[in-house]
Design a protein around this ligand. Sequence first.
Ligand SMILES: Cc1ncc(COP(=O)(O)O)c(C=O)c1O
Length: 457
Amino acid sequence: MADHETNLKQLDANTILHPSTNANEFAKTGSRIMQSGSGITLQDTDGNTLIDAVAGLWCVNVGYGRKELADAMHAAASNMGYYHTFTGMSNVPQIELAERLLTLAPNNMSKVFFASGGSDGNDSLMKIVWYYHNLIGKPQKRKIISRWQAYHGTSIATASLTGLPSFHKDFNLPIDGVLHAESPDYFRHALEGETEHEFSVRRAKELEELILQHGADTVGAFIAEPVMGAGGVITPPEGYFAEIQKITKKYDILFIADEVVCGYGRLGKWFGSEIYGIEPDMITTAKALTSGYFPFSASFITEQIWDVIKQGSAKYGSFAHGYTYAGHPVGAAVAMANLDIIEQDGLVDQSAEVGAYFHQQLNARFAKDHFVGQVRGHGMLAAVQLMQDSDSKTFFDAATKIAPQVTVECYRNGLIARPLPSVDSVAFSPPLITSKSDVDTIIDRFEKSVRTVIAKQ
Ligand SMILES: Cc1ncc(COP(=O)(O)O)c(C=O)c1O
């Protein structure tokens, strides 16, 4: 390794508090520094060339090094660079983007609120839930129900919504007023002999019990990812959202669809809500909106909620919420160019077709292996459940850390895959430009890696 790279790693370890990184282990292993990328491939500073089968953090949907996005960014930055959108100020790219997004978004959304990422998108919707219920004279309807295994961000409010205990411990979270319903993970939580549909009915019944236990007049919203991402790539079991929505509608509870991972084609449709029959009152999107090239999120609300926000302005003067970078003209221009690529290259349909192939091949490749308990996901989102023995449904001991072991080996074999240690699974969410032959290479490299690690157990 060149001195420069050694110095960079040292400097990194000495200077940066890395998100979601073990502070002790990282100091020993050092960072992996990415220096360039093109298509689905990245180069690190150690000279490795890697297929990124995760698309960064499930976001680089049009692939790395896209000149179209760089050009859009350059043009918008040269033209003006920045102007805020507070107090009725605006810019051309955000207006064009809003119009385009509202035609794409499911369930007749009326207005879009721009921010910089998934956490502040969800955070904003949480505040709007409170604002809405206060304004309609139901101030006590302020509790928000999320689900165990969910991931909704890491701000104080959204880490509370996140249903992964490691995001709560010693952070004094979750905050009051956030409740967690049981997770939709059929594989882990189904009772002996219970069908998927029976499981969904049970989960809806449990949700109703939770609501009644806390008082239906105190619950304002329910939030869910169409397919859970970081919590395990958990697809909803059959009938799940239909059953859940019977309950949310019955008790007048707003439904927030967190499409931060699923939105913009990842599942083979523009939005996950379309696949699972979700009729949200509010939606958060981020990540793939700009393919990660610019921090940008778009959250949507229905006309009914917009009407109430107008009542708020009649009462208070202004909707007193927003961020310096909301509707950033450079981000909006990048989003427009990114949507152009998705549409012109037919990436949503490609995601459906290549995604189906990906799942079929993963299933076929490990059909006889006892160390694979399940291949989950939809479209270009997949996870492989690793197990000590799938026949007897024996999980690995947690201390084995099987998923990180496998992904470290994948890296050695030129593949970035994502470990989901809390569920012993390895996740994939490749860029949507990934071809079937790329999928073959991804699975070859994964297979080689996983067999090497399993042979050592
Ligand atoms: C479903 C979901 N919601 C929200 C977030 C938070 O987004 P951000 O990291 O941009 O704040 C994430 C991030 O991975 C996510 O997966």
